[in-house]
Each structure stands twice: as C-alpha cells, then as structure tokens.
Write a protein that binds this ligand. Sequence first.
Ligand code: ADP
Ligand code: MG
Length: 349
Amino acid sequence: MAIEVKNIVKTFGSFAALDDVDLKVADGELLALLGPSGSGKTTLLRIIAGLDWPDSGEVAIDGENALTRGASERQVGFVFQHYALFRHMTVFENVAFGLRVQPRAVRKDEATIRARVKELLDLVQLDWLANRYPSQLSGGQRQRIALARALAIEPRILLLDEPFGALDAKVRKELRQWLRSLHNEIHVTSIFVTHDQEEALEVANRVVVMDKGKIEQIGSPGEVYDNPATAFVHGFIGESIVLPVDVAGDAVRLDGRPLNIPALGAASGAAKLFVRRHDMAIGPAGSGALDGAIRHVRSFGPIQRAEVALAGDAGKTVIEIDAPRDRELQAGEIVSLQPRRYRIFAAQD
Ligand code: ADP
Ligand code: MG
C-alpha cells in the first residue's frame, strides 16, 4: 500500500514536533526515517499508524484518507524498540495472539491459525523456538518474534520504530541483513525508523533524513551520502571535517588565507566547508590548500587515520583525515591537505 503524508503539523504545547512534513512511500518499499533523537520520527510513525493525530495535514493510505480511521482499521503492524511480547505466553501463542483476538466474523479456525503461525515462525527462521517463553530468548530472537507477531494479521503497512536499538552491535548488523532479505520476500510497505545512519543506509532503498520536525532530504543511500542537500545532512551522515570559511565571489578563505578551491556557487559571506575524511588528499608541505602538522596516526585495516593540526591558528584546529596505507604517515610530519570533494554551505544553514 502506498502512503502519502501531506503538510503534517503536530505541536505539543508551543513546540512543533512535526513542522510541515510531506512524504510519499511507494507500495512495497522499505523506507528508512533517519534523524537524531527528538527529530520527530516516532511522532510521524504514530500519526501514520493512527495512534496519534496531527494538528493539520493529510495522511492517505492507498489513496484513501486514513485520518478518519483508527489504528485497528488501518491494518498496520508495529514493532517497537522494547519488545512487547507477552511474558506468560509461549512464542507460538504470542504470534497467534493477533489472529485469536480478531472479531468472530473474520476469525480463522484453529487449524488455519496454527498453520499461519507455523508459516510466520518459518519466515523469521525461529520455528524451533515455538514452545519457549520470551524470557528464554535472546534480544535478537525476541525482536524477530515481535516482527512475526506484527505480520500475523497481514498488515498493509509495517512500521518499525528503532526495532534493533536495544541490541548489541553485532546482533544489530546481522538483523539488518536479515530484515532486508525478509522484506525482499514479503514486500510489505515498510517504514524503518532509526537514529543510526549506517543502519539506515544499509537497510533501506530510500532514506528520509529528518531534523527538528522537518525533512532535510529524501534520497537513495548513495544520494544522501554523496550529495547531501544541507549542512545538517552532511554532518549527520558519514563523518565530516567542518571548517569555518569565508566566501568572496569564487574565492574561499580560511582564517583570511586563500584556500585555492572554487566556491562551487556558494553565496558570499560566512560559510562552512564540509569534507569527508577520505576526501582530503594528503601531500608534501606546500602542495595543497591547507598546511598542517601530523600529531598522531592510527592504522587499522586499509586506512591510516591522522590527526592534523592546521597551521595558521597556533595549531588550535585539529582535524582527522583518512589516508590509504600506500605510504606510512609519521607523527611530527609537516604535510599539506587538499580537499578532493567538498561542499560549502552558508553558515546559517
Ligand atoms: P524521535 O522519535 O525522533 O526521537 P519524537 O517524535 O519522539 O522524536 O519526539 C519529537 C519531539 O516531540 C521531542 O522533542 C519530544 O520531546 C516531543 N514530544 C513527543 N511526544 C510528546 C508528547 N506526548 N508530549 C510532549 N512532547 C512530546
Ligand atoms: Mg523515537
């Protein structure tokens, strides 16, 4: 089912948790909503689910106004960060629950319910845990059961609010891949909320980046990483070196010294230069835009990460750059840095 959200505003007192949000989710898509804590992700998800209502704006599911319908009528499956499994019920009964409490008119017979639960447990690859209780499962297993339970009622939409947020890093990574392949199998329209940029880029085909109740950018993982639309997106996705600069026409200056890089159309005035760590080329002193001294080098895997104190402001500005390991860098070395790819955003952005 396609979802369309238009001009949604939601305030709590005088605070705007959602400030004119527009979003289209295509049928069968797995979309990530990514933003820092407090950016409005859960509020938006609750409004789509029918657990909360906006002050103004529209929500349509499959072209129909959803705001006149309550949560149960919208046929939405929900998975939260904190597993909400019933502790006194087995895994099997937890998954069966939604089917057993359906109105009598649509309720399936016992044999059909049992077959459906078996199918769902197979789908999440945990059929062997059917008779266990939630306390006998790992965190990752509980979340997979929570998902099976959400899918039991054959939801038209699946909403996942930081479902892996409470799990440790290794399990989270496994579950990302698991969720992707599960979605490839069932293709239910899904919105996956996370504050973890790596998780969003790995799980979804499209990423919606939110900050302070507004959508900053919508794009593929490649687009939001390589072509961030705003300073916020550049800083939030992937780690960035950020330097305060001054733009005058096509000239860019740092601390009054020319950087010899074009302004790429940035407006004149105070601005910020954003460079990914691996997009800062490092060469012999005098060769690039920024001179500095290496303070510290750590090498791991294919890269060396160097802390470089920039010349010109008494070494107060220290940046970290990632270089390939073709030549070992040394602490104390005087080097020159040249941004290969960069973006310049006006300072107030
Ligand atoms: P996120 O899920 O991105 O962390 P939320 O949608 O939960 O953000 O919250 C967005 C903002 O709205 C936060 O500042 C939060 O404190 C506020 N907020 C959310 N729900 C309520 C509420 N019921 N009452 C008051 N403020 C709320
Ligand atoms: Mg939240």
